[in-house]
Design a protein around this ligand. Sequence first.
Ligand SMILES: [Zn+2]
Ligand SMILES: [Zn+2]
Length: 375
Amino acid sequence: MIRYCGSLARGIALVAIGCALFACDARNAGSTTTSPPSSRSERVVTVARDDGRSVTPSGPKPAGFLKGQLHMHSNNSGDSRTAPERAASWYESHGYDFVVFTDHNVVTDTRDEASMLTLPGMELTQNLRRCIPDRGAPCLLHVSALFVDPAVDRWDVPPPTSLERVDLYGRAVDQARGWGALSMLNHPNFADAADIDVVMELARRGMLLMEVENRAVDSENAGRADRPSTEALWDEALSRGARIYAVATDDAHHYDDADLVRRHGETAYVGERGWVMVRGARDAGSIRRALESGDFYATTGLMLDAVEKGERRLKVRALGDGVTMEVVGRGGAVLHRVESAELAWDVPADVTGYVRVRAFDREGRKALCQPLFLE
Ligand SMILES: [Zn+2]
Ligand SMILES: [Zn+2]
């Protein structure tokens, strides 16, 4: 089935394929990002317009961390033309230690490449023309199940018994849990799919991960005047007591065919834009345990080679120049800030809830560490 483009999917002339569900991953191209002003120079650093291309990491892969991709597609999804083996090779050539195949409603089971692990997952994809609350756009409600038993093979999406977003999302998370998989909320701002009520209910049902940086160009991570950014959404959930971790992903659909897709005037959804760095051994069990315990960080290219969390102490070191680090706490408040690639901070006794570190550089690359939950 085809991949609808943003203007079509956001328009009114939507065609349903099969009852209420249809295949769609609508995307709009291009957004401009602005880094926070430098307190040293008062200069606003304008980051180049996102051209939808792969990024250059700020440094080499640090020792002790695995580079992993948690969201990518092959031609087992109707909106990609690349065979699984070729997609895996692409990631292997970009220094990945593991990838999780997350094709739409099917499990792609692949052989491991020479130096890279491929893990079975699935993007549980529910696309509906309308749902509740109705936001005037199609409902593209996607949850990934990671570490799925390949014997599961596929998800035959049952007819909806409720059109409430929270129920539709909820049944996907329940299904992932039923398979013994980890669940991840995908691109919550894409077509305004999920809000804080959804996030809190899914967290209550056991959702562990949330895409704060799904790096497909039209995921609208930055939000709008009437919609919080995905990072603010995460902070809101953490502030309300949810224990969920942030991930960055590619959601790639195009690999060697990216230039061809662009020549046809379409948007290419490519890899090496957002990934996770996981502290663990290169086997599925170790990677899963690290994800479950938050022993990883999300990155859009800024590499960290040290991330330490003590009982009430944070220590982070980044690779590269022009790095700013911030400690973020309850309500998204910035509690501490340094213009440096190194941060060490003791959490004051009056700070409660959680603290986390975000780092960014002049190039617009970002890294998000997982929260330290405070008793
Ligand atoms: Zn999706
Ligand atoms: Zn996807």
